[in-house]
Design a protein around this ligand. Structure first.
Ligand code: 8YV
Length: 323
């Protein structure tokens, strides 16, 4: 029997065509009855956001590869995939600059209160001199603390250092000498970074070690004037503690692209906070970049199912075991 690829989130016509040239392709969203039915005979899975865990894998006995159209793969149980000899791929690099643009944009929007001011103009309130109560705070020349100095963290540091003359502080699992050399970034222990930074930007991946990394204690360590930005994953932050920190003024404001549960619930406490800027997880969401991510994910899926090595492999051990 030939390979069957189950596509569980929308992909472009071109991507679908490339897959269809080689395999039987079925499209079904995870909440549809077809999905579970097709899963039982699928050898390849491609899409974004779906939790690939033991329960799902138990229902996919023929699976050989899972291709994530995203760089973060916290939705994968990598250990279980590896144990079962299933290859896992993701889409690093192609989204780095786009995501850095979005997260730095979110930082500026939060500091300069751009969404509030946009609303102010459109609702017809600009009929007098702007009250100082709408003034924001400067970005340029301030101290930016980046937690998670990976590729996207570095691309943010580059914008901040050379575009905005900011001083870069960072915390990471290990020292990033390239960032130290290129941007004069200073490595600090977490608590020191939280105490010193004017902007704290969270860019670390979600792993068992980083879940709940920023909670009440960490918000209390920040300055009252700090602006907190999260461009990584919602699970790194205790959301109740963040809402309290914004309400009670432990910090000045926050900008978020990611949440514990996405989309967020209608009655989420974040929705009524004036000093919080929210985005709907759009870090990589430009037409150009999403196209590149999709192409990369399709290419790697095809490579894997035709016996070649995929470009962006998460579990090297599985490939090594095959040769
Ligand atoms: C999303 C991302 O996956 O790549 C990542 O890790 O967070 C994003 O690119 C994207 O929104 C697709 O859903």
């Amino acid at each position: 029997m030939g390979e069957k690829v189950l596509v569980y989130s929308p992909i472009s016509e071109e991507g679908a065509r490339k897959l269809e040239e080689r395999f039987t392709v079925v499209m079904a969203t995870p909440d549809s009855p077809e999905f579970m039915k097709e899963l039982s005979s699928a050898t390849g899975l491609i899409g974004t956001g779906l939790k690939i865990d033991l329960a799902l894998l138990e229902r996919a006995p023929l699976l050989k590869v899972v291709s994530n159209i995203s760089v973060g793969y916290d939705n994968f149980d990598v250990e279980e995939l590896t144990r079962r000899g299933i290859l896992a791929t993701n889409t690093p690099d192609v989204l780095t600059e786009t995501t850095a643009d979005a997260i730095f944009g979110l930082l500026i929007a939060t500091a300069r209160r751009i969404p509030e001011l946009d609303k102010y103009v459109k609702e017809g309130h600009w009929n007098a001199r702007l009250s100082p109560s709408f003034f924001g705070v400067d970005v340029h020349g301030k101290k930016l603390g980046i937690i998670g100095m990976g590729k996207i963290g570095q691309a943010i540091a580059q914008r901040a250092r050379f575009g905005f003359k900011m001083d870069i502080l960072y915390h990471n699992r290990s020292r990033n000498l390239e960032a130290e050399e290129e941007f004069g970034a200073t490595y600090l222990e977490m608590d020191d970074l939280l105490r010193q930074a004017d902007f704290v930007c969270l860019m670390a991946p979600q792993t068992p070690e980083t879940i709940g990394l920023i909670s009440r204690r960490e918000f209390k360590l920040m300055k009252k004037s700090t602006i907190f930005i999260n461009g990584s994953r919602g699970g790194l932050v205790n959301e109740d503690d963040l809402a309290a920190a914004l309400k009670e003024g432990y910090i000045l404001a926050a900008g978020l692209d990611v949440y514990v549960q996405e989309p967020i619930a209608e009655n989420h406490p974040f929705l009524s906070l004036p000093n919080l800027v929210t985005l709907p997880h759009i870090g990589s969401a430009t037409s150009e970049t999403r196209e590149k991510m999709e192409k990369m994910a399709c290419r790697d899926l095809i490579a894997t199912l035709t016996g070649e090595r995929p470009g962006a492999l998460i579990n090297e051990e599985v490939m090594a075991g095959r040769v």
